[in-house]
Write a protein that binds this ligand. Structure first.
Ligand code: CMC
Length: 451
């Protein structure tokens, strides 16, 4: 078979046309040909303008190349806005600082899902709606027994959340608005129960059934820490800290796990399957697994005098070592969630009567040294939300293996809001990235004897 082709060199130029916010075009011309295309320049309510390249392939026969999607918008969204240079995070327009100080997790969930803060009646209806779905189908209890005792709770989360699709057939029609509403309630309500039971399973304690008379975070702490043999009182300061941690992790626009949920959802897969896919994507240490990795890293460093050699190793990129809890694809100044998390960390340690926490001291010193090091300054690497969250969660008694699970509990609200927005968007199509093929060109099969 003939037809060996090398990588073609194509020259082109982009001539800016009438580009301005909210309209205009950019003309792309393939040099040496008479082919050119006017690309519409479009924009959101805030943020940079974008080239709408949808007709580029049809008109010029070329794709765009953007591994990691750093320069590509995959959807329109009205849920969350981030300005990474200014350290701004808005949910439906409301700054994260105001939501963290004045709101509650379920109110933020209502905001993300429905677009507006609820009035008093809507708030109560939403909270009641979520809280009455906290129980799991009793047969799902037995599902846990199939896991090894030492299973990572994130593995249990992936499995059991995916299995919800096998138990709630009555709400799986993605084109039915009422089904979407019930599925969202079920996911937000049941994920804390699954998370707490994953923990109970790992320590061999009886599963605690949810208590719908408690608040969302309060009920979660109850299911995690109570045992049937004794009364258990949830510390309100810790319940508030838990609620705040949930708010800070609730949504973060098109990160890897949310993009995974949207990509899965674009195929018409049911919401439970899509959220299970999101949980799998969150697990990695570059994403939600970072909070667990931060504590492992701090334990490895051990003491202040080991910080400098550790940072030298990171800077030399030995064994792919990274300063965990530092850096972010979008935030290049500061992560506003990290600032709130650091303040919460001090409040929680004070409430728990922990005056000197060696891990916190180490983290503060590590942050100080890294922030004055040219390697981190030049690359705009700052502490992210996960740098301090692990220290708080550890002080609250969570084992490190549960840290990413807590992230998943909170992010379920963002995922399901983004999934709902996707399904309700009339312009949504199946997600299907293209590729630059760099493999072998067409060649003839060689029989075994000839190889
Ligand atoms: N430690 C050391 N070097 C780093 C780090 C880090 N944490 N992060 C980035 N760099 C370096 C990287 O090696 C590269 O250097 P060079 O220019 O010499 O090649 C440069 O900074 C740019 O890095 P990048 O990999 O292109 O950045 P990215 O936007 O693709 O990655 C990130 C973002 C969050 C994956 C990365 O910063 C990272 O791995 N951080 C540690 C893991 C972490 O804390 N993740 C939690 C993110 S926040 C919670 C969440 O949303 O999940």
């Amino acid at each position: 078979m003939a037809g060996v082709r090398g990588r073609r060199q194509i020259k082109g130029s982009i001539m800016s046309g009438t580009g301005h916010t909210g309209g205009g075009t950019v003309t792309i011309t393939l040099d040496g040909t008479n082919k050119s295309v006017k690309i519409p320049l479009t924009s959101g309510t805030v943020g940079p303008d974008v080239l709408d390249i949808r007709k580029l392939y049809n008109e010029l026969g070329i794709f765009t190349y953007d591994p990691g999607y750093g320069g590509t918008a995959s959807c329109d969204s009205r849920i969350t806005y981030i300005d990474g240079d200014e350290g701004i995070l808005l949910h439906r327009g409301y700054p994260i600082q105001q939501l963290a100080e004045q709101s509650s997790f379920l109110e933020v969930a209502h905001l993300l899902l429905n677009g507006e803060l609820p009035n008093a009646a809507e708030k109560k209806a939403f909270e009641d709606g979520v809280m009455k779905h906290t129980m799991l189908h009793e047969q799902l209890r037995r599902f846990f027994d199939g896991f090894r005792r030492d299973a990572h709770p994130m593995a249990i989360m992936c499995g059991v959340v995916g299995a919800l699709s096998a138990f709630y057939h009555d709400s799986l029609d993605i084109n039915n608005a009422e089904h979407r509403r019930i599925s969202a309630f079920r996911l937000i309500a049941k994920v804390p129960t699954i998370a707490a039971w994953a923990y109970k399973y790992s320590v061999g304690q009886p599963f605690m059934y949810p208590r719908n008379d408690l608040g969302y975070a309060e009920n979660f702490l109850y299911m995690m820490n109570a045992v049937p043999a004794e009364p258990y009182h949830v510390n309100p300061v810790l319940a508030r800290a838990m609620d705040l941690i949930f708010i800070l992790h609730a949504d973060h626009e098109q990160n890897a796990s949310t993009a995974t949920v949207r990509l899965s959802g674009s195929t018409g897969a049911n919401p439970f399957a899509c959220i299970a896919a999101g949980i799998a994507s969150l697990w990695g240490p570059a994403h939600g697994g970072a909070n667990e990795a931060v504590l492992k890293m701090l334990a490895e460093i051990g003491s202040v005098e080991n910080i400098k050699p550790f940072l030298e190793m990171v800077k030399a990129k030995d064994n792919h070592a990274r300063l965990m809890g530092f850096g972010h694809r979008v935030y290049k100044n500061f992560d506003p969630r990290a600032v709130i998390m650091q303040a919460t960390c001090h409040a929680v340690l004070k409430e728990l009567g922990i005056k000197d926490d060696p891990l916190l001291d180490l983290a503060i010193e590590l942050e100080k040294i890294a922030l004055s090091d040219p390697y981190f300054i030049e690359r705009k690497l700052y502490p992210n939300v996960d740098f301090y969250s692990g220290i708080i969660l550890k002080a609250m008694g969570f084992p490190t293996s549960m840290f990413t699970v807590l992230f998943a509990v909170a992010r379920t609200t963002g995922w399901i809001s983004q999934w709902k927005e996707l399904i309700e968007d009339p312009s949504q199509r199946i997600g299907r990235p293209r590729q630059v093929y760099t493999g072998a060109v067409a060649r003839d099969y060689v029989p075994l004897a000839g190889r």
